[in-house]
Ligand binder design. Sequence first.
Ligand SMILES: Cc1cc2nc3c(=O)[nH]c(=O)nc-3n(C[C@H](O)[C@H](O)[C@H](O)COP(=O)(O)OP(=O)(O)OC[C@H]3O[C@@H](n4cnc5c(N)ncnc54)[C@H](O)[C@@H]3O)c2cc1C
Ligand SMILES: *[C@@H]1O[C@H](CO)[C@@H](O)[C@H](O)[C@H]1NC(C)=O
Ligand SMILES: *[C@@H]1O[C@H](CO)[C@@H](O)[C@H](O)[C@H]1NC(C)=O
Ligand SMILES: *[C@@H]1O[C@H](CO)[C@@H](O)[C@H](O)[C@H]1NC(C)=O
Ligand SMILES: *[C@@H]1O[C@H](CO)[C@@H](O)[C@H](O)[C@H]1NC(C)=O
Ligand SMILES: *[C@@H]1O[C@H](CO)[C@@H](O)[C@H](O)[C@H]1NC(C)=O
Length: 557
Amino acid sequence: MLRQRPQSGVCLVLSILSNVCALDGIWTPDWNALKRQVQGRLYTTTPFSQPCFDNYASSDCQDLLQEYSTGDARTNYPSAYIQTQWESCQSTSEQCLLDPTNPGSNNGQCLMGSIPPRYIDVRQPNDIIATFKFSEKTNIPLVVKNTGHDYLGRSSAPGSLALWTHNLKNISYDAAFEPKGCTKPPMPAITVGAGIQWFETYEFAENHNITVVGGSDRTVGVVGWLLGGGHGMLSPTMGLGVDRALQLKVVTPDGHYRVVNECQDPDLFFALRGGGGTFGVVVEATMMVSPPVALQTVILQFSPNTTLSRELWGILVDNGLQWSKDGWGGVSIANVAVFINPILRKEAAASSAAPLIEFGQRLKAEGASGVSLTVVEFPSWYKFFQPFAKQFAAKTGASFALASRLIDKSSFSGQNQRSGLVEGLLAADKATPGVIIHITPPSSAPSTNKTSVTEAWQDSLYHVTLISSWAWNTTKAEKAQKYKDASSSIDHLRRLTPDAAYFNEADVYEPNFQKAFWGMHYPQLERIKRKYDPQQLLDCWHCVNWNRKSPRFRCYL
Ligand SMILES: Cc1cc2nc3c(=O)[nH]c(=O)nc-3n(C[C@H](O)[C@H](O)[C@H](O)COP(=O)(O)OP(=O)(O)OC[C@H]3O[C@@H](n4cnc5c(N)ncnc54)[C@H](O)[C@@H]3O)c2cc1C
Ligand SMILES: *[C@@H]1O[C@H](CO)[C@@H](O)[C@H](O)[C@H]1NC(C)=O
Ligand SMILES: *[C@@H]1O[C@H](CO)[C@@H](O)[C@H](O)[C@H]1NC(C)=O
Ligand SMILES: *[C@@H]1O[C@H](CO)[C@@H](O)[C@H](O)[C@H]1NC(C)=O
Ligand SMILES: *[C@@H]1O[C@H](CO)[C@@H](O)[C@H](O)[C@H]1NC(C)=O
Ligand SMILES: *[C@@H]1O[C@H](CO)[C@@H](O)[C@H](O)[C@H]1NC(C)=O
């Protein structure tokens, strides 16, 4: 963005002011100046798997192999990502990946791929302000990276500078929180720094005898989850993350550190409640909390068997509307169903869930293979979540394409719609096995009408995802095919439902994504984006106002 080239004498002065200087006629960013501004916390990046390329026999490499596929190790490491394709440059096949199934194999060279070559370990708002100024002067693309869970590769980019928010680990509880500048009755709330993850939040909530509505994976970051919408198994009755947001502290690309809520910068607050991480860098988030809840749960499993899957999903879909009214949330794959209920007592829950419980009992009586049926009360979300997370850990350290759909209530309204939906789910699962039905939309929670996620969330009963995977060394053409496979598998459900999908868990090539993610809110989000980020310093794949031509996207296929 430089319009004039200073002489070398001027250069010294300018480097202090602007981080940029001419060296041998080439504009070079002044990294040292930036480093001083962030108190030394600017670092160059090493790929996660580098130790094994340096020396396979080293203890560093052996340690790495132990934790290659764990969410904890990856989310603690600045340049590691949960889906490994976002460490690689898919368009050039440059990468530094191991074969997790055969770690001794030769993996070629260790290359940076789309890993940001430098990152700042963010500790205070000033770090972000300095980085925005630097990016504006140098045109070096920025990414915000917390845990690296993003399914659309929004937290990496080749040649970029990463703001690593991992160490913003403050967490606190306020029994009488008042949003700044508002005159509203105080309410209990939790405030988390941008580095806080779910496992920490749930433990904190348990220790403080409160319920926080959150996601189903231990290591996902709370703030990234929240900015895109944020669903969890308590959301059907208690709302999405964005419904429960009370205040965000954020540095906007214009260099201001703002306290944003319904009373201060309400337009920005609306945008951050579902518009994604492209409006500013959030430093901390305050969310409402609820009193402790006992959970009634029904958990049924059996050995994979297509006939039984059809029957299971038939029961789920036939009872979908009623179970939403009764307050059930949960998750199901073809041979597992997990249902939880925070509002019914034990007997009422057993009677509401009778069709599922009786199905499980029948399977047991018939001696069907691998059947396990548990009907039990957990005293709190945390007590439920601990064993759940252990048993249903997500795939980590692998490459795959995701695709998803929100399934609206009217798909459950008549017998034809219901059987169409069951066949659509089975067809999707047959095309790419691993369909997950998340019974997490806020179907019976009161609407706030103050969030920017697509209005379809409120009218949906299911959020359905599937994945199409590939090996570490798959060719570029095969990867492109895998993305197409995921997309065409979800077409079985696209055909049946309105144009709506979850921004944080979407097909990388979602057609008509503006409508799908934000529905009627998109035009307003565009205006707010231009207001707070006129220079487009923050940009990401399929984000509001994104610039597809930006070099930051050159690794996408
Ligand atoms: C295994 C797994 C399970 C999941 N389960 C759920 C679930 O149960 N419910 C659900 O709703 N979602 C779920 N997700 C999706 C999850 O919400 C998204 O992946 C989300 O982007 C994760 O945010 P992060 O900060 O952890 O990831 P990152 O990859 O570090 O960040 C993702 C993006 O979020 C934005 N962002 C993060 N922090 C900030 C910040 N401080 N300021 C501005 N922007 C920021 C940035 O755009 C960044 O690029 C899951 C994902 C995975 C991989
Ligand atoms: C974290 O909490 C400490 C102690 O309350 C406070 O001094 C500090 O400013 C907080 N940090 C951030 C980034 O909010
Ligand atoms: C937890 O909170 C509930 C209601 O909010 C209260 O009834 C209960 O006594 C509390 N338990 C503890 C251990 O503080
Ligand atoms: C699937 O389950 C049914 C009912 O228990 C059983 O009759 C059938 O043999 C099973 N099929 C397979 C392939 O195991
Ligand atoms: C939310 O908006 C919808 C559609 O505009 C409207 O029908 C509904 O009454 C609103 N709800 C609230 C609580 O404002
Ligand atoms: C990928 O690696 C496996 C061994 O891990 C090998 O069998 C296969 O041929 C390789 N595929 C390609 C496309 O190189």
